[in-house]
Ligand binder design. Structure first.
Ligand SMILES: Cc1cc2nc3c(=O)[nH]c(=O)nc-3n(C[C@H](O)[C@H](O)[C@H](O)COP(=O)(O)O)c2cc1C
Length: 226
């Protein structure tokens, strides 16, 4: 029995969770949905600044699952220590994990996600085999410890005159950082507000520095820990 859960900003982790759910014959649900007793948690989340997004870090500490599989979607730049951090924050046993390359939320370069690379992971989950894996620490970027700062410096949220003040962005923001279409200092630039705004009134602009940094996709590898 597997509970597929996801956290997503711009939709990629949700897409991967749906593919996992299809392979495992279970629904894919957001983090707020409760877990079943004794179920294996299969959690899909994005890599943000080489780390676990703050809402996922909080979830990992509190979710109460005993066994978990982690799938971290990254945008082809670097994944740093995201899975290692998830393993450290989680109180139970990690039985499988994977880094999966996707389109980058900020460049939208159309890089396709392919579920076939995850087949060995699905096979392990379906077999019921529960041996623990150890995700190695990995290297991280100098600024990865300051995800809020790093994304705020490079990404500006723009609200157009189409904003009707409907409040959808306030409800979907995982950081409770939006007020009337404007972000406060808690915003981590996950773009969930941009994705869900019913008026299409929110967009984002990259700084020239971040645009230059993101110009070259560096990694396309899927990495499995089984
Ligand atoms: C705030 C933020 C930080 C990111 N940091 C990284 C990173 O350090 N390395 C990387 O390869 N991709 C990075 N990405 C790209 C995402 O990991 C990638 O686009 C992922 O698929 C997004 O998933 P989502 O659409 O479910 O939010 C970042 C994206 C955002 C929004």
């Amino acid at each position: 029995m597997t509970d597929v859960r996801y956290f997503t900003g711009s939709g990629h982790a949700q897409e991967i969770a749906l593919a996992c759910a299809e392979a495992l014959g279970e629904p894919a649900l957001p983090l707020r949905e409760p877990l079943r007793k004794n179920a294996v948690l299969l959690l899909v989340f994005p890599v943000y600044c080489e780390r676990v997004p703050p809402p996922v870090a909080a979830y990992l500490k509190a979710c109460g699952a005993e066994r978990a599989v982690f799938i971290a979607a990254y945008g082809g730049m670097s994944y740093g220590r995201a899975l290692y951090d998830a393993q450290t924050l989680f109180r139970g046993k990690v039985i499988a994990a994977a880094y999966v390359p996707t389109e980058h939320a900020y460049t939208q370069d159309g890089y396709p996600f392919g579920a076939t690379t995850l087949v060995p992971l699905f096979e392990k989950v379906l077999s019921g085999e529960g041996t623990a894996v150890l995700v190695p620490k990995g290297r991280r970027h100098l600024l990865s410890g300051a995800p809020g700062l790093r994304s705020r410096l490079g990404v500006r949220l723009v609200r157009s005159s189409r904003c009707s003040g409907c409040g959808v962005c306030e409800r979907v923001c995982p950081m409770h950082a939006m007020r009337a279409g404007k972000p406060n200092s808690r915003c981590i630039r996950c773009l969930s507000c941009v994705r869900t705004c019913p008026e299409g009134a929110l967009s984002f602009r990259l700084s020239p520095l971040l645009r230059a940094y993101l110009r070259r996709r560096r990694k396309n590898e899927t990495r499995l820990f089984l």
